[in-house]
Design a protein around this ligand. Structure first.
Ligand SMILES: Cc1cc2nc3c(=O)[nH]c(=O)nc-3n(C[C@H](O)[C@H](O)[C@H](O)COP(=O)(O)O)c2cc1C
Length: 366
């Protein structure tokens, strides 16, 4: 665990700036939330960090882990075919597996493809070589590159039986490591088939099902339908249901457990600019006061540490490019974010990054 990040995550809020914002949560409305079981793995608290391509790499995961509150972390989706090809041709593994071999557990690695054998071969490697905690299969990605071009991700919602074949094969290859599935409600609003899909996923031996409450055609438009997510649970006999979509505050996480019949929740976009959100949500679930957001000064330090971590792996040039989008996330919703974004999207070196952060990252108004 990188020391700088841990120190920042564990720091008490600077006096007078944010500590008074600590919000007590009304324990009287708390649902009964128990740890989630994915096979033999206990996910406690039952709040999962979502896989996000281009974002949930080792650096981001270390920050989430340092703050705490996420019961299970996930990598970016890894292309199974690419893994096999790289392994054979270049004796290398995908960048998206950066850190996976050595970082703390529990950790899920998500894989995608449409071929049961390819997915099973990669699942077996992840199980036996990398010793990951969970192998997750992507049945939800709506991006053309994955759907139309590779007939994978959410494209497979058209053929639930194929999903079942894939899961059965991967489960057999990964035993005893649990295999999970992440998907959407259906291909489009007029083709919602999540109940059928859920039963097939369970019947094929998956250990948990995560559902993002949108269809593939929705992409990210509109709101996630938690009412539809809640209809799934009565159709599952054995495995937990993890709901996902639009959770961006600790209060909404509590609400999801209270109202929507889920065993766990998964948070994606909101955590990019607020990796401490899991910690806040976990406190709220325990009925404890919600820890305040870090001050802007602390956030600035966190960004600098994040950048150092990224550079350690990718070098300064690639690290700077990669960091642009994370920096934009950190600034989101802050006063002066637009100005900061305008400058940070052009940085090419560490010196430029530090300079832009120093000059343009919003400061607290005291
Ligand atoms: C930039 C980005 C990348 C994503 N990459 C993945 C991915 O690799 N695998 C996956 O299953 N979902 C991926 N998702 C979807 C999220 O995991 C999640 O299902 C979705 O964003 C809804 O949750 P949210 O409202 O909390 O963001 C991605 C989403 C975003 C915004």
């Amino acid at each position: 665990m990188p020391n700088g990040i841990t120190a920042i995550a564990n720091r008490k809020p600077l006096s007078g700036l944010a500590s008074s914002d600590t919000t007590p949560f009304d324990a009287a409305v708390l649902p009964i939330v128990t740890p989630l079981r994915i096979g033999d793995l206990v996910v406690d608290p039952p709040i999962l960090q979502a896989p996000m391509a281009g974002y949930t790499n080792y650096a981001f995961r270390q920050i989430v882990r340092a703050y705490g509150g996420a019961g299970l972390l996930a990598t970016e989706m890894v292309n199974a075919r690419g893994f096999i090809w790289m392994d054979r041709e270049q004796a290398e593994h995908p960048d998206r597996l950066w850190g996976v071999a050595d970082e703390p557990r529990p950790l899920a690695v998500q894989i995608w493809d449409n071929d049961p054998e390819t997915l099973a071969a990669v699942g077996a490697r992840l199980t036996h070589e990398y010793k990951v905690s969970v192998v997750d299969i992507n049945f939800g990605c709506p991006v053309r590159q994955v759907t139309e071009k590779a007939h994978s991700g959410s494209y497979l919602l058209r053929t639930p039986d194929r999903m079942g074949q894939i899961i059965e094969r991967v489960v057999a290859a990964c035993h005893p490591t649990p295999v999970t599935a992440k998907t959407r409600l259906g291909c489009s609003r007029d083709k919602i088939n999540i109940i059928d899909v859920a039963q097939i996923v369970e019947g094929a031996g998956a250990a948990a099902l995560t559902v993002h409450g949108r269809t593939a055609a929705d992409m990210f438009r509109g709101q996630a339908s938690w009412d539809l997510i809640s209809t799934i649970k009565p159709h599952l006999k054995r495995i937990p249901l993890i709901g996902n979509g639009d959770l961006d505050t600790a209060e909404k996480v509590v609400e999801a457990f209270r109202r929507w019949n889920v065993d766990g929740v998964m948070i994606a976009r909101a955590s990019l600019g607020k990796p401490w959100l899991f910690q806040q949500a976990a406190a709220a679930l325990r009925g404890e006061p919600i820890p305040p957001d870090p001050t802007l000064e602390e956030e600035r330090e966190l960004m600098v540490e994040h950048f150092r971590l990224v550079c350690e792996r990718f070098g300064e040039e690639r690290g700077a490019v990669l960091m642009r989008k994370f920096a934009c996330c950190y600034a989101q919703g802050r006063p002066g974010a637009r100005e900061f974004r305008k400058h940070v999207v052009g940085i090419e070196t560490a010196a430029e990054f530090f300079d832009v952060v120093e000059q343009w990252f919003p400061r607290s108004v005291v």
